[in-house]
Ligand binder design. Sequence first.
Ligand code: AMP
Ligand code: MG
Length: 441
Amino acid sequence: MKEHRHGKRHHSPRRGHYHADMLSVEEAFDRIIAAFSPLEPETRPILEALGQTLAEDVFSPLNIPPSDNSAMDGYALRHEDLKGASPENPVVLRVIGLIAAGQVPDRAVEPRTSLRIMTGAPTPEGCDTIVPFEETDEVERKARGDSMDEIAILVDQPLGTHVRPAGEDVKAGEKVLERGTVLRPSEIGVLASLGIERVPVIRRPRIAILATGDELQEPGETPQPGRIYDSNSYGLAASVRRYGGVPQMLGIARDNLEDMHLKLNEGLTADLLLTSAGVSKGDYDIVKDVLAERGKVNFWSVRMRPAKPLAWGMLRDEDGRTVPHLGLPGNPVSAMVAFEEFARPAILRMLGRTDLAKPTIRAELKGPIVNFDGRRVFARVRVTRRNGSYYATPTGPQGSNILTSMARANGLAICPEDLPRMEEGQIVDVKMLDWNEEVGG
Ligand code: AMP
Ligand code: MG
C-alpha cells in the first residue's frame, strides 16, 4: 500500500488556493513573466560569459591597432620617393632594415630608403606608404641572386596605401560595447582585443528541476516492472543549459508528503523551480496538496495543446524564503512545450535579454493539423527549405507522450484556437526549436 493513500485521508489541503480557470497562452505568459527581472551582475572570465549579457558599458583602454602598422608584406617607404615609379621606370631604394610582426622598428625611413616590413608590424618613423612585395622586383632579384640591400619599386601608389592607422578599429576611451549586449563569439573576441580578461555580466539563473512520480526511475537503473525512466528531468535540464541557465537537478520526488517537502526544500535557493507532473485534473492530489500548502500556487488550464495543465506560484519555506515555481505537465512533450513557452522566456529575462520571442517563420504545411477542442495547437514539424520556400511536415503521432516525435521536429507549427483544422498547403507560423543549415538559417 502506498504511503500517499494514507496521507490523503488525513491531509486537508487549502483548496482556496486552487483556481481552475482556463487561460489563454498570452494570459499565462503575462502572469508568469511578470515575476522575473534581470539578475544581479557578476564578473566572469570572458570565455565563460558566452551568451551572457553585459552589465556595464565597455570602454577601450587603448587604440586598436595600437600604432600605425602594415597591412601587407612589403616595403615601408616615403610616398614622395615613389613619384612616377612604373615597371619601365622603377624607383630603386636602399633597404636599411627588416621589421617583423611583434618587433618595434629601431630606425626611421630616410629619403631614398625603405625597410622590409611584415603584415601587422608597426611602421617605422618617416614611413607613410607600404608597397607590397609583389609590386617590387623582390622575387626576380632573389632568383638572380642579386643583393637585397636594394629594391626596385614598380608602382606609384596613393599616399597612405596599406598603412593601417593607429585606432582605425577602436580609439582609446571610446565606448566599444553597450551594456545589455549579449556576448557572442565576436564580442568575446573584441573584449580580448582590448586586453580584457574578465567582464561584468548578468549572472546565469539557477533552475532547480524536480520530477515527481512513483512510476519514475533513473536512467542507468535496471528497468523495473510498471516503471518508466525519468526523461523530463533530462530534457528540461538540457533545455535550461541550452538557453543559458544552470540546471540543478533535484532528482525524483515520490508521491508522498515527506519526500515532496524534502525535495522541494532543496529547490528553494534556486531562481526558478521547475517540477514536472502531478498538476493535471486526473492526478492524484498529493503534488497539488503539497504545493498549495507551501505557498500561493495556482493550478491553471491553459488553452493550448499539448501542455494544458500548468501550476504557477511562489513557493515558500518556514524561514520565509520563496522561489517562483512553475509546475509543468508530466507528459514529456507537454513538459518541453510548456518549457519553451513559459520557462525559456523567464530564463532569458533573468539573463537580461529583451528579445524573448522564439524565431518564427511561415511555412507551407505538408500535412494537416487537427484541432478538435478550440485550443492553440503546437504541432511538432520538421521544417525544410526548397527553392526559397519553407515547408513544415508533421513528424508523426502527436500524442503528448510521443517524445520521439519531438526529437524528429525542429519546429512547432501553431494552429490557432479558432481553426478546427489546418490543411496541407495552408501557410502556418512555425516557432523554430532549431535553426540550422537544413532550414537555411
Ligand atoms: P501525471 O501528471 O503525474 O499524471 O503524469 C502524466 C504522464 O506523464 C504520466 O504518463 C507519467 O508517467 C508521465 N511522466 C510523469 N513524469 C515523468 C517524467 N519525469 N518522465 C517521463 N514521463 C513522466
Ligand atoms: Mg504522476
